[in-house]
Design a protein around this ligand. Structure first.
Ligand code: APR
Length: 270
């Protein structure tokens, strides 16, 4: 940690790549841990255009469930340490950027400003007719989903008729809307990553709470590490890429991050 803190004190830019592990201590289930199943499916089984086309009612039950779970959650000390670090270093003319795979908006709720939600948000919808993306925090998002979405495998599916699922309200097209989360699957356009490479090459990189199994996010840290940028991994366990990183801090990031990102004695006072 002392070695990492030396790099941290000198870094002009810091890029933090986060995954579900940073929200675990807020009570949001991770994808590949014990809470990774909803009924008999994993997120990657339902977060695809094919699954939505095949059974929009089931996919909307899933997203309704996740919206209602996340709505009750608060940022934990890991989120708060990142947001405080961004504000403190910003006053020193240094830049912190957070690239998150998470769709729970907890970084935003903690106060992080310079944020790239590359997998979208649970609280945005995309109209399947006209493509318009709209924020939507309604609970439930439509009356028909009220009381549905229970995660237990034996739960009876709601089988909601398409006309009663969330519709595009802004455009008047009234088209069926889907969640605007980044959906997985071959041939899908990766999320917008313009100028990300430029930023990533001038910094210290922290990879927090991600198993690094889903691309393109899984490639960021190994890529910059290969270019000599120091990378620190914060995780409960090692990952397939751990041996490519300069630092690995094992443990809950709600504890390791506040220590790692705290003010350093060499920081200019501000
Ligand atoms: N502190 C640090 N790390 C943690 C903590 C914690 N408290 N709890 C869990 N972890 C780690 C786990 O060890 C695991 O390596 O966080 C990681 C979570 O991995 P995943 O559940 O695979 O989540 P993530 O890497 O974000 O998944 C990427 O996959 O399903 C898709 O779109 C979905 O964005 C998601 C993507």
């Amino acid at each position: 940690m002392a070695d990492f803190r030396t790099f941290f004190a000198k870094a002009k830019h810091i890029v933090i790549i986060s995954g579900a592990g940073v929200s675990a201590e807020s009570g949001v289930p991770t994808f590949r841990g014990a809470g990774g199943y909803w009924r008999k499916w994993q997120a990657q089984d339902l977060a695809t255009p094919q699954a939505f086309a095949h059974n929009p009612s089931r996919v909307w039950e899933f997203y309704h469930y996740r919206r209602e779970v996340v709505r009750t959650k608060e940022p934990n000390p890991g989120h708060l340490a990142i947001a405080e670090c961004e504000a403190r270093l910003g006053r020193q003319g240094r830049r912190v950027m957070v690239i998150t795979q998470n769709i729970d908006e907890l970084h935003r709720k903690a106060g992080t400003k310079n944020l790239l939600e590359i997998h979208g948000s649970l609280f945005k919808t995309r109209c399947t007719s006209c493509g318009v993306v709209a924020e939507n925090y309604k609970s439930p998002i439509c009356p028909a989903l009220s009381g549905t979405g229970a995660p237990e495998p034996e739960t009876q599916e709601a089988r909601i008729p398409v006309e009663k699922l969330p519709r595009g309200l802004l455009t008047g097209a009234g088209g069926l809307v889907s969640s605007n989360c980044f959906w997985l699957g071959p041939g899908l356009n990766p999320p917008p990553l313009d100028d990300l490479e430029r930023i990533m090459n001038k910094c210290l990189c922290c990879k927090v709470g991600t198993s690094s199994v889903v691309y393109p996010a899984a490639m960021f840290a190994p890529q910059v590490s290969a270019r000599g940028v120091p990378v620190a991994e914060f995780n409960m366990e090692t990952t397939p890429a751990t041996n490519r990183f300069r630092f690995h801090f094992q443990g809950p990031c709600g504890s390791t991050l506040p220590e790692a990102l705290a003010r350093h004695e060499n920081e200019t006072v501000s």
